[in-house]
Structures are given as C-alpha cells and as structure tokens.
Design a protein around this ligand. Structure first.
Ligand SMILES: *Cc1c(COP(=O)(O)O)cnc(C)c1O
Length: 398
C-alpha cells in the first residue's frame, strides 16, 4: 500500500501541512532516549507546565492524541448514554466521535458562512427548540476551524442560559488568541483540547492535551488517562495496604503521552510564536497574490488572532468554466498537495447509518462544494508558494 508520505515523496508534492523539526528538537528527544524514563518520567509534567504557563491555564493533561483528549474530556464532564453533544459539521470526525465513544448521541449545528465556525444564530435557534422538546445538549464542542477562534463570548452566554458545558476543540489553534486571551485559557469553556499531530501548529508525532481551570475535571482526566488507577492515598477507598499498593477507582485507558513525545513538544513550544507568525506572513502573502482570483479568501475576525493552521479558499464556481473536481485534480496533478477540510461529518457513511440526511446543514454543504486548503506551514518557501499560485491560476483559467 502506498502511504500518504510515500505518495508525497515520489512526486515531490508541496504538502498542505508538515512539521518543522530543528536540531534542538532532535537533541531534546535524544536526551530522553539516553535517560532512565522513556515514559512516566518528568518530561511530561514539564511539557504540561510549559503549555499551561503559555495559555495562562491552571491544569493540563497530556495524552497520546487530541482524539483521546476529547474522549476523556467528555467523560470527565459526565457525558454518557442518554446525553446529547453538539458540534460543527465542518471538522475532523474526532470532534463528533468522542460523544459516541461515551454512548451519547451527537448532533450538528450549521456553520457561519464567513468564519466557517459554528454559527451562533443557528445555535441559539436550535437551543430554543431543544429546550421546548426537552432535549438540550449536555456539552457543545466548538471547533476553532483553521485556527480562527469561535464566537466564544456568545457561546459562553448561551451556556449560562441553557446549562451546557463547553469543550473547545482547539486542535488548529494553539498560539492563537481570542480577545487578548490565549486559546487554551479556558476563560469561556470548561476544557480546551489541542492536537500535536505533525500537520498541526506544534508536534509531538502523535499527541494531544486537555486543559482546564477546574481541579475536579483535571483530576478526573488524569485518572482516565491511566487506567483509572490512583496511587494517591487520599483518593483511595481505604488506607493504602503498602508501598506497592494502588487502586483502580474508575474505568480508564492507556492514553499516556511518552516522555520522548513530551520532549519534542517542549522543544517545539519555544518556537510556537515564531511558527504562528510565519504562518500569518505566508497567509498575508497569499492574500496579496490571490487578490484578483475568482475565489473567496479567508476572512479574519478583527478581534482575534488565528493560529492560522489552514488557508482555505473557496472557488467561485459561477465565475469560472471549470468545476470543483477539475480545479482540485489540476492542482494535485501539478504536485500541489491541496486538501479539503472537511467533508461534513454527518455525510460520512457511519453517520448516514445513524440517520443523518443530505441537506441537514446547507451552509456546511455549500462550503464543502467549493473549499480548498492551500499549502501552509512554516517550511513553505516563497518559491513554493509562487508555484502554488501559478498552479491555481492554470487550474482555474483554461
Ligand atoms: C487533528 C484534529 C483532531 C484529532 O487530532 P489527533 O491528535 O490526530 O487525534 C481533532 N479535531 C480536529 C479539529 C483536528 O483537526
């Protein structure tokens, strides 16, 4: 089977995203390799501390993926059978799957046509209806798509009115700010989740983190990360039986991050601000180069600072003679590793089997019909960016 990386290598494709690994990153990982602890050592808590300091949050639980972080976040908030979780349809499937892992139901709120984030007007309407039919959501998971923060003030106000909890899926957004507060501060939410997959802003290979200011949620997520086992006597049902003793007091998982991964993450944190400003510089350059193209360029909220994970353009198909498939294929044929973030989650066969129908979120489907993510990562050179723009020009104009 040809893996994605093999395909990219064989054609020297310009990928839409990739990691930026320095010699210092490599040295940091090697240092852990030579140490006594490859996992459950001191580097994981040091990495957690670096992220909570950066984000001005109290607590963090580093795990092996954002998917795991979303799962334990839902469990810590008490999501279970009979509960409903709402999220955006334009996200990676993990933002919705986490509710299903807990035996809960999931539902989707259509997106805003400018930001592509969850639409707060639709959300308010849907909440009013849900209140009448007594099926309010327990948790809402806003996703900061492309790194652009959702309208957290409004979502937080609605949570006060309707009593739901909030998990921010900030997989795209570490390094960004919402109204001068770092994404991850949890100022408007109960828990914030980051992903450290190599295409994201900083990487640990695989990895994720759940941040919170609530010490109960923190303790519960720590427990769930490691089998539901505690070695803390205060949390045990009866006094410790000896130095060997531990108790399993909940049903948890092995979702631990290794110290090798944490060392990479800790080293990458030092360049987080540089990564994000480089991404902004590249985005601004795209804005200039693409000014006269028949496309809609990303709209940036003036009150926030995006993590700038993705540069999504929308092709104005009514202004060109080619269809979406032709444009996309032409770009791929020119070795531009464009992508589509995302297929509306409820259009996935698994979700269709749960009963979701085409047309459920019209704005999301319209977005899906024309969106393309152009290559954007700190290693992208001006020459490569010019190549992307030239290829897009060829793809659009026959
Ligand atoms: C990448 C991503 C995830 C999952 O992250 P992993 O670390 O790969 O599990 C979840 N949500 C969004 C929005 C993502 O982009």
């Amino acid at each position: 089977m040809l893996t994605l990386s093999r395909i990219f290598e064989s054609m020297s494709v310009i990928p839409y995203g990739r990691q930026d690994i320095s010699e210092a990153d490599i040295r940091a990982v090697v240092e852990v390799l030579r140490s006594d602890f490859l996992t459950q050592g001191s580097t994981v808590p040091t990495f957690e501390k670096a992220v909570t300091t950066y984000c001005a949050t109290r607590h963090a639980v580093a795990v092996n993926s954002a998917t795991s972080a979303l799962h334990i976040a839902c469990l810590a908030l008490g999501v279970g059978p009979g509960d409903i979780v709402w999220t955006s349809p334009i996200t990676f499937v993990a933002s919705a799957n986490c509710a299903l892992y807990c035996g809960a139901q999931v539902d989707f709120v259509d997106i805003d046509s400018h930001t592509y984030n969850i639409c707060v007007e639709r959300l308010a309407e849907k909440l009013a209806q849900a209140e009448k039919s007594d099926c309010l959501p327990k948790v809402i998971i806003p996703v900061h798509l492309c790194g652009q923060p959702c309208d957290m003030t409004s979502i937080h106000a609605l949570s006060q009115r309707y009593g739901f909890k909030i998990i921010e899926d900030a997989s795209h957004a570490i390094g960004g700010k919402y109204k001068d507060k770092p994404i991850g501060s949890c100022y408007y939410s109960d828990i914030t989740v980051f992903s450290f997959h190599p295409v994201k802003i900083i990487t640990t290979g695989e990895g994720g983190m759940a941040l919170t200011n609530n010490s109960q949620l923190f303790k519960h997520m720590q427990l769930l990360r490691s089998h539901g086992i505690t070695r803390n006597e205060a949390d045990m049902t009866h006094p410790s039986e000896g130095p060997w003793y531990y108790q399993q007091i909940d049903l948890g998982f092995n979702y631990r991050m290794t110290d090798l991964q944490a060392a990479l993450g800790l080293s990458q944190m030092q360049r987080l601000d540089a990564f994000v400003s480089k991404r902004h510089a590249i985005a601004r350059r795209y804005d200039k180069l693409l000014a006269n193209f028949p496309i809609i360029r990303p709209w940036q909220h003036p009150e926030s600072y995006s993590g700038m994970h993705l540069y999504v353009i929308r092709i104005e198909l009514n202004k060109i003679s080619k269809n979406y498939h032709e444009v996309f294929k032409s770009l791929r044929d020119s070795s531009i590793g464009v992508n589509l973030h995302y297929i509306p989650v409820y259009r996935q066969p698994y979700y269709v089997r749960l009963g979701f129908e085409a047309g459920y979120c019209p704005v999301a489907e319209e977005y899906y019909a024309g969106a393309i993510s152009l290559p954007l990562h700190p290693m992208l050179t001006d020459e490569q960016q010019d190549e992307v723009v030239a290829a897009l020009k060829r793809a659009i104009n026959p």
